[in-house]
Design a protein around this ligand. Structure first.
Ligand code: SAM
Length: 333
């Protein structure tokens, strides 16, 4: 969050962690602290409201600090940008003892804890994090948030065996891999300045990142029971977003495993800003409407979500969702 809240118009978002608390109790608590509850709208300094798209998300004025607040240190609330709450809501893992979910890139753990809350803290989440230091942060975060249905793994998701007895049961996968971070508002000026000076470096970096992001989606598509895969970034670059989705859908993995883009009504339909058609050009539009993918004009670019910094009261973000339409015709090597 930027130092000057007026610059970005992003409220202080507070997600009530339903592994530890509930929104009704949170509203009472904040009222007792002198905040007035107004159901909707941008909050003033002493008011707060509820988000119209994300359940259990409260909005405070950007100047309000919660880092020393007991509800925060005890894990009852999680400070998480609205856009970053969208992937777990779109993945919508079932609330069931039999629910098996993977968060492939988990640290620091905001989305893992959100998945855990949406699952009612039952079933099982395997949370991969390959970086040791970030894995320690993840473990602390999950302990504070009281997420007892998560098994954190200090491991590389790309090295996991999709056919193993345990992972073969996984039905839902969240992929929020490393990206350029170009949508994060307080990094934007810095990145834009760099882009002008080092266009070639930026292009090379995006090419490396997008190849890695694609490999993560392709690996996720190898899980034999995966029904739903959500891919998100905090990047504003089409190279890491729509173009990666296009390559993934066009891959042999997607075809043989039967993955397609989820339709708009499965991807937070009430959110208006959708994928950037202009970034993709006509070639992509023609391709996505081809009989192979059967995505109609009205659903593309509607089936993916964009959040634009400076326009949506969030950081820049992208969310897409792949669903398996059929049983895999052949097993993927
Ligand atoms: N989803 C997280 C959250 O909301 O708190 C943020 C994830 S961050 C964008 C990406 C994370 O993925 C980093 O911590 C990075 O170390 C980790 N990562 C990158 N590649 C990975 C891989 N192949 N396997 C496991 N973790 C990976």
């Amino acid at each position: 969050v930027t130092q000057d809240p007026k610059l970005d118009g992003i409220p202080r978002y507070v997600r009530v962690n339903t592994c530890r608390w509930n929104t009704k109790a949170a509203i009472k608590y904040f009222e007792s602290k002198g905040f007035m509850h107004k159901p909707l709208g941008f909050p003033e300094e002493k008011t707060f409201s509820q988000d119209p798209h994300i359940p259990d998300l409260l909005l405070f004025h950007p100047s309000v600090q919660f880092h020393t607040e007991s509800a925060y240190t005890s894990g009852q609330i999680i400070l998480q940008d609205k856009a970053s709450c969208m992937p777990a809501v779109v993945l919508a893992p079932p609330k069931s003892q039999k629910s098996y979910v993977i968060d492939a890139t988990a640290a620091p753990g905001n989305k893992t804890s959100h998945l855990s809350a949406l699952m009612g803290n039952v079933g099982k989440i395997f949370a991969f994090e390959r970086d040791r230091r970030r894995f320690n942060t993840l473990q602390k975060m999950l302990a504070t948030a009281g997420c007892s249905n998560v098994e954190a793994l200090n491991a590389d998701f790309l090295a996991s065996d999709p056919e193993s007895t345990v992972f073969a049961q996984v039905t839902h996968i969240l992929l929020d891999p490393s990206c350029s971070g170009s949508g994060i508002v307080n990094r934007m000026d810095h990145l834009l300045g760099q882009a002008e000076e080092n266009d070639q470096d930026v292009t090379e970096r995006l090419a490396t990142l997008s190849a890695f992001q694609l490999s993560m989606i392709e690996h996720a598509m190898k899980f034999p029971n995966a029904q739903k895969i959500v891919y998100s970034t905090c990047s504003i670059h089409a190279e890491e977003n729509e173009q990666v989705v296009k390559k993934a859908l066009d891959s042999e993995h997607a075809r043989s495993a039967g993955f397609q883009l989820a339709s708009r009504d499965q991807v937070l339909p009430s959110w208006e800003r959708r994928g950037q058609e202009t970034e993709l050009g006509t070639q992509f539009r023609e391709w996505i409407q081809s009989p192979l993918y059967c995505v109609s004009t009205s659903s593309w670019p509607g089936s993916v979500i964009r959040c634009n910094p400076g326009e949506d009261a969030t950081n820049g973000f992208f969310v897409s969702c792949f669903v398996r339409q059929s049983n895999p015709a052949t097993s993927i090597q």
